[in-house]
Design a protein around this ligand. Sequence first.
Ligand code: NDP
Length: 287
Amino acid sequence: MTDKIDGKAFAAQLCERLAQEVAALKAERGVTPCIAVVLVGEDPASQVYVRNKIARCAEVGIESREHRLTADTSQEALLELLATLNGDNTVHGILVQLPLPAQIDETAVIDAISPAKDVDGFHLQNAGALAVNQRRMVPCTPLGSLMLLEDRLGDLSGLHAVVVGRSNIVGKPMAQLLLGANCTVTIAHSRTRDLAAVCRQADILVAAVGRPRMIQGDWIKPGATVIDVGINRIEEDGKKRLVGDVDYAAAQGVAAAITPVPGGVGPMTIACLLHNTVTAAKNAMPA
Ligand code: NDP
């Protein structure tokens, strides 16, 4: 029997707690947490993500200010907007939706966001803090995944965690959080030899690859806890589907528990974005 780790329900509880915190901040301190969301261009997936994020913000009482820029926006113009938002003390969080059009250097943009307002946790200072086991702004997807793991397993000390994927936004920060929680951590990637054998060692298996159903049932150690970060759009039997990086059906009866796609890590990512925005607003207030 494999349990479903219900990220959607957990995220809803987290959002309820955040809504109470936001209400208290408004009533007691007169502060409304506010996020500026910057979208450059017309990428359809990005538009959906931004719409969802703004809708979730409204549900918990966070103010969002949307800045839509055309696809031909210059890097200079975007950096100018970020400088204005950095200097606006009514804005607590800044999110620039990635990917950006080719003429704009993503690294330069991330570097230009004030680290205190970097609610995605991608700025070098926030990444560096995590690398030395300090939590400032922590990237949302790994943070949400860790919350699910701690809720299910409690103390993670001594467990062997295998993270498949080493991106700066998911794999690496995930590995660092697990190391901070005293796991023994292996990071696997496209050059890893005998990936199946590496995965089979995992008490905790985190898949952040971007390849539909790559991880098979016999790659999973019996009794393991599996976090499937992957979101892959495929067409199957004439239907459009969202599937993870793990073969969910094949994991049944092998894993102790697994996050579904959709309804697992995805809702936690948005909930953690709201959590980071509330934290940024609290950090900006005088003691
Ligand atoms: P990236 O493409 O940046 O990184 C993918 C990683 O997977 C790389 O480290 C790559 O290795 C590794 N990889 C690729 N192919 C293989 C392979 N055959 N065997 C082993 N490792 C492999 O992706 P992201 O980290 O940004 O995202 C990963 C997945 O998570 C995607 O499906 C994305 O859509 C999803 N995602 C979901 C979120 C959510 O909210 N649920 C949020 C963010 C992402 P190498 O470094 O060697 O190239």
